[in-house]
Design a binder for this molecule. Structure first.
Ligand SMILES: NC(=O)C1=CN([C@@H]2O[C@H](COP(=O)(O)OP(=O)(O)OC[C@H]3O[C@@H](n4cnc5c(N)ncnc54)[C@H](O)[C@@H]3O)[C@@H](O)[C@H]2O)C=CC1
Ligand SMILES: O=C(O)[C@@H]1CCC=N1
Length: 269
């Protein structure tokens, strides 16, 4: 069981994890944050009441460390921390693209590393977090790290070879749905709906559709076909989506995200 966690880098995703842990009942003195600027440290202390310490102090005090800086900052962070990690402290990276090997190369021998990909719905306890164990991560350690993420939403363990695809689907995924929500809201405004009404319709429809995907025992195709009446409105809309090759655009978009994750690994190796 992990008792004290340090979150190194508390930007958008680090602070989402931090707030999720506090909502889940973690004591304020069990979660340590780090920040680059004094101003950010002050606002974290005020917003969450947690200790904000130097990276070195946080690592020395924690029994698990979450690396939540941008991939391009991870190398410098680990260099700053050379000699600070106690043997056996699990290190969880949420950095897109960076492989377990990146961390194992820079951390003391036998450090248990876990590569994790959460997403921003952690802010409402609906994250999807996908975890992959490193070379020295035993089942007990992986289970303890998974427990850390469970209150933030759902968790899943996959082989690391799938992590770039995971990043492209669920890590980046919320943005695709927001993009669709923007486009649908604009369409409503174009047809004369007040913007707040259009936004409300889109949000509730997205929530309803997401719950159907999760709770109805049907595939997306079956759910869509149940909406498409013969010669009705929906089938005409879907024909336009097909004419505009939206399915193929989605595939290309998600492959581009996956490819960028691979490039990040090469750039910062
Ligand atoms: N934003 C997202 O939806 C997701 C992001 N990620 C990953 O999470 C990581 C963070 O992403 P965001 O939160 O979006 O970025 P962000 O830029 O909002 O947060 C990164 C934070 O790290 C801080 N930082 C950088 N170097 C530091 C250092 N040496 N010591 C202390 N703090 C330091 C920065 O000042 C910043 O506040 C990235 O590696 C990203 O790939 C993973 C899943 C989803
Ligand atoms: O866009 C990014 O690189 C990060 C990783 C997944 C979501 N946001």
């Amino acid at each position: 069981m992990l008792k004290t966690v340090a979150i190194l880098g508390t930007g958008k995703m680090g602070s989402a994890i931090l707030s999720g842990l506090l909502r889940a009942g973690w004591a304020r003195d069990s979660v340590i944050a780090t920040a680059r600027s004094a101003e950010r440290a002050k606002s974290l202390r005020e917003a969450y009441g947690v200790a904000v310490e130097s990276n070195t102090d946080a690592v020395l005090r924690a029994d698990a460390v979450v690396v939540a800086v941008k991939p391009q900052d991870a190398g410098a962070l680990l260099e700053e921390l050379t000699g600070s990690f106690a043997a056996g402290t699990p290190v969880v990276s949420i950095c897109a693209g960076l492989p377990v090997a990146f961390f194992e190369k820079r951390l003391p021998d036998s450090t248990p590393v876990v590569r994790a990909m959460p997403n921003t719905p952690a802010l409402v306890d609906e994250a999807m977090t996908v975890l992959s164990p490193g070379t020295h991560t035993d089942d007990a350690c992986l289970a303890a790290v998974e427990e850390l993420f469970k209150p933030l939403g759902r968790t899943l363990v996959v082989d690391e070879k799938h992590q770039d695809a995971v990043t492209a689907i669920s890590g980046s995924g919320p943005a695709y749905f927001y993009y669709l929500a923007e486009a649908m809201t604009e369409a409503g405004v174009l047809m004369g709906l007040p913007r707040d009404v259009a936004a409300d319709l889109v949000t509730q429809t997205a929530l309803g559709a997401a719950r159907m995907l999760r709770e109805a025992d049907s595939s997306p195709v079956e759910l869509r076909e149940a909406v498409e009446s013969p010669a009705g409105t929906t089938i005409n809309a879907v024909r336009q989506l097909d004419n505009h090759r939206v399915r193929s655009a989605m595939t290309d978009a998600i492959e581009a995200a996956r490819d960028r994750a691979r490039e990040i690994a090469d750039e910062y190796a």
